[in-house]
Design a binder for this molecule. Sequence first.
Ligand code: GUN
Length: 283
Amino acid sequence: MADIIDGKQISLDIKDEIKDKIAWLNKKGIEVSLAVILVGNDPASTVYVKNKKKACEYTGIKSVSYELAEETTEEELLSLIDKLNEDNAINGILVQLPLPKHINEDAVIKRISPDKDVDGFHPESVGRLSIGERGFVSCTPAGVIQLLKRSKVEITGAECVVVGRSNIVGKPMAMLLIRENGTVTVCHSKTKNLKEVTKRADILVVAIGKPEFIDSSYVKEGAVVIDVGIHRKGEKKLCGDVNYASVEPVASMITPVPGGVGPMTIAMLMNNCYEAALMQNGM
Ligand code: GUN
C-alpha cells in the first residue's frame, strides 16, 4: 500500500503561503499583477485560464485578462506582448498554449521579456535553470519538486528516472532533480529496455502523454511514483500516464490523477508571479 501524495492539499498550503507573501508586498506598496492571454476558444485552455485567474484572486494577485479571437494574427499577438513587456504595472505575462496553428509558438515565447516569463519557457529561463542561476522555472516540474520535498522524500543521492523529454516537463524536471543532487536518467520513446531503466528508480517521474502506460512491471518495490499525465477516460473519469491500480500496491508513495501534480502547476505559477515582483523591485 502506497501513501498518497495529496497535491490538492499541498497546492493549497503553497497558495496560502503565497497569499501571505503577496499581502506583505502590498503593505510595502507593491502590487503584483499577471497578464493572462488566451487566443481562441480551446475548451481545455479556457478551463486552465479560468483556474489561473481564480488562483490569482485567491492569492491577491491582480490578473489582467486578454481573450483574443482565433483569427488574431501573430503580429497582433507579438505587439500586445511588446506593450505588456513595457508596462511597469505588469509583473508577469502568460500566453496559454497551445496557440492556433497559424501562430509560431517559439516566436511568441521568445518575445516575452525574460524578466516577466512566469511560465519559465523562454530560452534565457531555461539556460538560467541549467547553470543554476536565479530565474523562472517551468511550473509543473517545479511543482513536482515541492511535492517530493513536502512529502519528505530524500532526493539527494536517489536514483531518479524521468520518462519523457519535453521542453515543458521532462527536460526541466531532469535539471531540477540534478540541482537537488539526484542521480538522473531521462528516458523517451527511443529508449531501449525501458523497463530495466525505470525499475532502477527510487523516484520515477512519468510524463509521456500515454494513458496508463506504466504498470507495476516498470516499477521497483518501494519506489516513489509521480504521474504528470492527465487524460480523459470515458465520459467523466480522468487517468494519468501511470496505471494507478497496478502500481499503487508496489510503490511506497504515489500521486493520484486528479489531485496529484495537476493542482501544483497553478500554485507554482503564483509563486513565479511573486518571484517576478521581487526581482523587478530589486529584492
Ligand atoms: N498549456 C499547457 N500547460 C501550460 C502551461 O504550463 N503554461 C501555458 N502557458 N500553457 C500551457
